[in-house]
Design a protein around this ligand. Structure first.
Ligand SMILES: [Zn+2]
Length: 174
């Protein structure tokens, strides 16, 4: 396994629409393993392939030991089969937007169809933080960041903060 560099915003790659995975074979499993190690090292609770520069519809999630389901969840070619009318507002962060957090409103529950680590088609019904996390990661597959779901005012504040942090990092290493 290997820890891969995570792409941070702004980057045109993060706006790319990822392509379907044909089948979950050993190459895809290697990618999923590397993504999981990269996510644990960050640390984070979710990561998509495009965040490590691979435009494929693959997601890894691990909400920790207390969560249901416990342990890592691998979602390949996920599709929303159903989403609740009820909405939920929850604070989100993103490994591609370091140190930035904002409240995002999404459907509170979703049902997802996907291929698992063994190329088996499965369904999962998610609520609470898992629902938020899955929807956040699925957005990445279509080039959408959580800041794209905020008002223009809130989004601009975060974009300016990121640009400032990047300038300061450049001076620090110059
Ligand atoms: Zn993210």
């Amino acid at each position: 396994m290997a820890i891969l560099p995570i792409i941070t915003a702004p980057s045109p790659k993060l706006k790319a629409i990822s392509g379907e995975v044909e089948r979950v074979d050993d190459d895809v499993r290697r990618l999923l393993d590397d993504m999981l190690e990269t996510m644990y090292a960050a640390p984070g609770i979710g990561l998509t392939a495009i965040q490590v520069g691979v435009p494929r519809r693959a997601i890894v999630i691990d909400l920790g030991r207390e969560a249901q389901p416990a342990g890592p969840l691998f979602l390949v070619n996920p599709e929303i089969a159903w989403s609740s009318e009820e909405l939920l507002e929850r604070e989100e962060g993103c490994l591609s937007l370091p140190d930035q957090y904002a409240d995002v409103i999404r459907p509170s529950e979703v049902k997802i169809g996907y291929l698992d680590y063994d190329n088996v088609r499965r369904e999962i019904h998610a609520d609470q933080i898992l629902s938020t996390c899955i929807q956040h990661e699925m957005d990445h597959l279509d080039g959408i960041l959580f800041v794209d779901r905020l008002s223009a005012v809130k989004r601009n504040i975060i974009v300016r903060k990121l640009a400032k942090a990047r300038r300061q990092a450049r001076y620090a290493t110059a």
